[in-house]
Design a protein around this ligand. Sequence first.
Ligand SMILES: [Zn+2]
Length: 198
Amino acid sequence: MIVLLDNGHGGIINKEYQTPGKRSPRWADGSQLFEGEFNRAIVNGMVQELSRLQIAYVNLAPEYRDVHLETRVKRANVYAGKKSFYLSIHSNAGGGNGSEIFTSPGDTKSDKIATVFGEEYQKIFPNRRLRTDFSDGDLDKERRFFVLAKTQMPAILTESFFMDNEEECKTILMTRGGRDKIIAYHMNAILKVKKDIF
Ligand SMILES: [Zn+2]
């Protein structure tokens, strides 16, 4: 099983964030989260664990620039036909709380994988909200669904918490402890998916 890791959006190059929008508000204490930095931190943490556990993976967008969605999909589809699944890492915005898991439309294997991710999320974050949406979801998420629709293998996208929710942003998304828990839930789910689904 090969895990195809997609860190959504761009990173930071010479202190300049590469993606318009996709950031938290600047909080009263001056702190601010850039989603692409967060997504990379989660993927990089997973890469360390996957290497240690000798689970095959591909980091689809190791660059710091914002790699185009079509390019990400093209890189993933090299592995079509092999035992692989696509996992896109994001944080949410738009007002709300908790986490969401989206799947590619109509793919039952994606739904099974998403269910495992949801279960492992709830073990690590028992007091936090989870919304699993195995349907097409809101239209305003269409840019996210592009990668789910165009990848030729089972595909899920996790939205970990809301970066514009100050409590979630400051206590989870911006902290080492919160990020470690997010990495842990993804890793526990990958191990279970490898064992039970692939
Ligand atoms: Zn995103």
